[in-house]
Design a protein around this ligand. Structure first.
Ligand code: ATP
Ligand code: MG
Length: 168
């Protein structure tokens, strides 16, 4: 289905606001892409789950007074969505592992935070189903940035109707 990803992100940012405030974290929906609406073609409910999981993580593993920023980057036929925090960060050796089911970096801290270690495995699974990957850049003590792309849901076709899709 075709929907406005900027509107969806705003909706979810509003929904997690109470939790963010409780952790003294600010959630900002930045621009990047020219002007909303930014239409994508994806499963709205499941992408909502992806954004929710990434945002709740950035709040859970954020630092008091910290900030999470969601930005949109135009990539011609796709839109890149980035969720960046300045929280505890993730050690390099654990970066590939956080997408595994039940993997949690710091067992004691994580237990205190609650959760099962499934959030990012679900995120990866949903993006896989969309034919998209997810990348993570992180530095302990500095923060983490998760990025994924979605196909644009253009109103007008991006090529003339008489051009074969497989040309070239
Ligand atoms: P659940 O999502 O099931 O409630 P969870 O948050 O522990 O539990 P994941 O979302 O899969 O599970 O995350 C796996 C682990 O990756 C977390 O336990 C945490 O150690 C680490 N992690 C995830 N997101 C971040 C982040 N933004 N900053 C720092 N560490 C993170
Ligand atoms: Mg989680």
């Amino acid at each position: 289905e075709r929907f406005d990803i900027v509107a969806l992100v705003h909706e979810i940012a509003d929904a997690v606001e109470m939790e963010a405030t409780a952790h003294r974290i600010t959630v900002k929906v930045g621009s990047g892409v020219s002007q909303p609406p930014v239409y994508v073609f994806a499963d709205r409910r499941r992408i909502g789950q992806v954004v929710t999981n990434l945002l709740t993580n950035s709040i859970k593993y954020g630092r008091e007074g910290g900030c999470t920023t969601i930005s949109f980057i135009d990539m011609f036929d796709r839109v890149m969505i980035e969720v960046a925090d300045n929280g505890v960060g993730i050690a390099e050796k654990n970066i590939p592992r956080v997408f595994e089911r039940f993997f949690r970096v710091d067992k004691s801290r994580s237990r205190e935070q609650g959760g099962t270690g499934l959030g990012l495995a679900i995120v990866k699974h949903i993006l896989d189903a969309h034919g998209q990957g997810i990348t993570l850049r992180s530095k302990p003590g500095e923060g983490s940035t998760f990025s994924f792309a979605l196909a644009k849901g253009a109103i007008h076709p991006q090529r003339p109707a008489n051009t074969p899709a497989s040309a070239g």
